[in-house]
Design a protein around this ligand. Structure first.
Ligand code: SF4
Length: 228
């Protein structure tokens, strides 16, 4: 296992499932945080006992996991969590490409007695070129699909939902980067209900699974990117 010589955790490299998941640290590697970052593990434990919101959220999340395991879809988990946290107002920040999905989600949430507000990514009709996006990256994508000249506006989505004083905001298909800006500016806690994935029906994990015995990842260049 590589430790990068700094004792910082790389749990993805652990020969695990036999250690922390069974209640003990992995003493045989150089950077198990349960051995080398005990003070941080202790600080985390403290937060579970001293921060009432974290305490409540953690308890509810675990109860929902146990009650609905495998059976409940994420939307049901979300409704159960929201109700048990005593949240009443839900915001939806959605991508215009998922308008139908946003409508269905809002209807289900309203039927579950929540007050629902939503903001589309194109709110404000901001021109991409006015936001410093080069003209050649507007209208038509590099793969030939029409993408348009109006920019997504995650800042507007967050500020508008902040104005609604929502208790929880749900991301429905925001682009990578736009989702980060939205989360950064949202006053309410954020959960991603649908992660945008244009190469599959919004299933980012699909790329990690094999296809006719051949890894899909082998056909994509993950190693190099163009700088801005
Ligand atoms: S916490 Fe320790 S035992 Fe658990 S996965 Fe990380 S390195 Fe392995």
């Amino acid at each position: 296992m590589s430790s990068k010589n700094n004792n910082k955790p790389t749990c993805h490299l652990c020969n695990s499932f036999q250690y922390c998941t069974l209640g003990k640290p992995n003493e045989s590697i150089a950077n198990c945080p349960m051995v080398h970052k005990k003070e941080i593990e202790e600080a985390a434990l403290q937060l579970y006992t001293t921060d009432e919101k974290i305490k409540k959220s953690t308890k509810i999340a675990s109860m929902i996991e146990a009650e609905g395991y495998i059976e409940w879809p994420r939307l049901k988990d979300t409704i159960e969590y929201t109700r048990r946290m005593d949240y009443t107002k839900i915001g939806i920040a959605f991508c215009i490409g998922l308008l139908d999905e946003a409508r269905k989600i809002a209807k289900i949430l309203e039927e579950a007695q929540f007050e629902v507000y939503s903001v589309c990514c194109k709110t404000g009709s901001l021109k991409k070129t006015d936001l410093g996006i080069p003209k050649e990256y507007t209208m038509v994508s590099k793969t030939g699909f029409t993408i348009g000249w109006i920019s997504c506006n995650p800042v507007g989505q967050a500020l508008l939902l902040n104005d609604c004083e929502t208790d929880l905001n749900l991301i429905v298909g925001l682009c990578v980067g736009h989702d980060i800006t939205f989360t950064q500016l949202s006053k309410a806690p954020v959960s991603t209900l649908i992660a945008k994935e244009r190469s599959s029906p919004h299933n980012p994990a699909l790329i990690l699974y094999s296809h006719y015995g051949k890894s899909i990842t082998s056909s994509i260049n993950f190693r190099e990117s163009k700088k801005e």
